[in-house]
Design a protein around this ligand. Sequence first.
Ligand code: ADP
Ligand code: ADP
Length: 231
Amino acid sequence: MAGLEIREVSVRYGASTGSTRVTAVDGVSLTVAPGEVVALLGPSGCGKSSLLRAVAGLEPLAGGRVLYDGEDLAGLPVHKRRFGLMFQDGQLFPHRDVRRNVAYGLETQDLSRAERDERVTELLGLVGLAGYEQRAVPTLSGGEQQRVALARALAPRPRLLLLDEPLSALDRQLRERLAGEVRAALVETGTTAVFVTHDHAEASVVADRVGVMDRGRLLQVAAPDELRTAP
Ligand code: ADP
Ligand code: ADP
């Protein structure tokens, strides 16, 4: 099957330390079709981030499998998965200007400088920051920084983009506007994505389908207007 397949995945913590074991993700199955955006929604501590990190290869699987385009990713390290990552704190390089932040993921690709600049300009346009190439990161607002982080994550054309609460540090009004912009950028680039959030409105704006999690389990997956109850 094309796209992402999460099959009966479990994630546990504390196995090696002998401390109390926490089952953060408990047998979750979910598929994400090519070009689809799926949100993982649920309260803090329900395992959203752990599941995302397991898909990224940042957390070992205690059970289950993760496949992409039919290939089992077991043993494939993070950088070989060709996934993009974006977190709440965009973790931009503060001493690099916007152009060099966005170009970061292109450095390992075989592109001429002109091609790279062109791609950066195109991406900045896509996230509403046309003309920002030479701005210094510390002069940007929080929302602008997350737009740059999105452009940087999209630059290498990842086959899957994993976003972990990318808007949570922003105030509510900005968050709702940016959620719409993130969706537009994902749709425009045809990017397959999983978007973790605890915000119901944000999930509804961003995603084609929403997976609702609680205590490590996936309770339902539905289109935003078909969710059974607002969690
Ligand atoms: P969410 O992203 O929904 O807030 P998390 O995946 O961060 O949930 O956490 C799920 C559960 O796993 C919580 O009980 C959390 O305390 C626990 N957890 C997360 N990361 C770790 C870790 N590195 N070590 C131990 N427990 C963890
Ligand atoms: P999120 O809300 O996105 O899940 P958190 O603030 O819960 O982020 O977690 C931030 C980091 O701390 C993550 O790397 C997570 O794995 C780790 N973490 C979360 N809960 C625990 C915990 N109970 N014990 C140890 N590490 C944890």
